[in-house]
Design a protein around this ligand. Structure first.
Ligand code: UD1
Length: 430
């Protein structure tokens, strides 16, 4: 079993370069099959496992994918010859459902097994289906949770989303770019990666306007062409390093970021007493003394991102005073609390609220990464704690953080990956 082992207590210092955005990459890779041409995607976080799986799905559909270098791929979508994606591919990640919108856009047909991903609570797709149906598709869920979507002709239409959903906004956008006429998505998500997807589609010749606001207008075009496109920096990876800098009372320059995307995180760090200095494409975060308390409520963008909630909880666990965290997106996002409390944190969860009573010090302990962002929180906790922290189930972390051990090492952390025998295997159990 592979673990991340951290000897904590060293303030992080130095500079770190942020990779391309995972969530943008996961929408842009399926979008590439909408063109019958070649797209070159740059600044792609190629070594994270979610991106690797999306590339395998492209291969399963018949696309040819060439790796140009560590962060650039070429997708030749001319050879795509299937609209079917099996469960062995989709079970690994939720974003595999973006292929439903992309395949509908390309073929008017998609047969895609319902996805897996982090277990954060029930993950309905009713809004995605509502959008596809508004565009004229028939959608049925068949045996073994296969989504079967068909459309003779996709026709632009108004689509009102009942709640702000990143997934539904992406999927409807993908299905609409080649539909006949105008689609208007109301109550659309405004996350930076929605804007990035729209920019990518427009680089291929699509006509998408309003991305980044809650009304997106898509005028369908007949054909899309290839393009070269560079993905935006990862807002959540940047936020994770920002919080890690503060939680270890360090001083870190976080490079290759868009400071505007980080405002909700910067604001909360400043409220906790950290100093956040913004540059054109970098931010410096430092904290010289114990953090102060602050309250957090997760909200769709531009609110505080649910994907930063577990990491921020580590800083609040060490803060002077009691903070309240309110989680409004996912029902099962507090699973990391049990692990943090093992390290000496004092957090009580009541439904969608967590009451975090700050303690002076966390202590290293064996813990596990319950999901991707919970894993990031465990790393920050281990870096800030005294003694040794061993994190297991790190495959969750590998889903979304590129070179995470090397990046933290370069900031002075004592952190490594290690293969340790699994005690269950030693006992002969599976
Ligand atoms: C959500 C987050 C995103 C984060 C990701 C992984 C928001 C708005 N979205 O995106 O920032 O990166 O989780 O943690 O913050 N819903 C429905 N029906 C649908 C679709 C969604 O009821 O058809 C509900 C979901 O159950 C959830 C909420 O809407 O409570 C937001 O879902 P959605 O934004 O689609 O989820 P993700 O795209 O996974």
């Amino acid at each position: 079993m592979e673990k991340i082992i951290i000897n904590g207590g060293t303030p992080l210092r130095g500079e770190v370069e942020i990779s391309g955005a995972k969530n943008a990459a996961l929408a842009i890779i399926p979008a590439a099959i909408l063109s019958q041409d070649v797209c070159v995607i740059e600044n792609l976080p190629l070594s994270i496992s979610d991106v690797c799986i999306m590339m395998k799905i492209l291969n399963q559909l018949g696309a040819r994918v060439k790796i140009i270098n560590k962060h650039t791929i070429e997708i030749d979508a001319r050879s795509v010859n299937s609209y079917v994606i099996s469960n062995d591919m989709t079970k690994h990640l939720r974003a595999s459902y973006y292929f439903i919108g992309a395949l509908l856009g390309r073929y008017g047909r998609a047969k895609v097994a319902l996805p897996g991903g982090c277990y954060l609570g029930p993950r309905p797709i009713d809004q995605h289906i509502k959008g596809f149906e508004a565009l004229g598709a028939t959608v049925t869920i068949e045996e073994n949770a296969i989504v079967n979507a068909k459309a003779e002709n996709l026709t632009g239409s108004p689509v009102y989303l009942d709640m702000v959903s990143v997934g539904a906004t992406v999927n409807v956008l993908l299905a609409a770019v080649k539909a006949t006429g105008l689609t208007v998505i109301e109550n659309a998500a405004k996350e930076p990666h929605i804007v990035d997807l729209a920019n990518f589609l427009n680089s291929m010749g699509a006509d998408v306007r309003g991305a980044g606001t809650d009304v997106i207008k898509v005028r369908g075009v007949e054909n899309l062409h290839g393009c070269t496109y560079s993905i935006i920096p990862d807002q959540i990876e940047a936020g994770t390093f920002m919080v890690a800098a503060a939680a270890t009372k360090g001083n870190v320059l976080i490079k290759n970021v868009i400071p505007k995307h980080l405002e909700s995180i910067s604001t909360k760090l400043v409220e906790c007493g950290a100093e956040v200095e913004e540059f054109d494409d970098a931010v410096r975060v430092s904290l010289g003394e114990r953090a102060g308390k602050c309250n957090i409520k997760t909200m769709p963008h531009p609110g505080f991102p649910t994907d930063m909630q577990p990491q921020m909880a580590v800083l609040l666990a060490l803060a002077d005073g009691t903070s309240i965290i309110s989680e409004s997106i996912w029902s099962n996002r507090f699973r990391y609390v049990e692990q943090l409390n093992r390290m000496g944190a004092s957090i009580k969860v009541d439904g969608q609220l967590a009451v975090v009573q700050g303690v002076e010090q966390l202590m290293g302990a064996p813990v596990k990464a319950d999901d991707l962002r919970a894993g990031a929180a465990m790393i920050i906790a281990g870096l800030a704690a005294s003694g040794t922290t061993e994190i297991e189930d790190i495959h969750h972390i590998d889903r979304g953080y590129e070179d995470v051990v090397a990046k933290f090492s370069s900031l002075g952390a004592t952190i490594k990956r290690e293969l340790r025998p699994d005690p269950n295997e030693l006992n002969g159990a599976s």
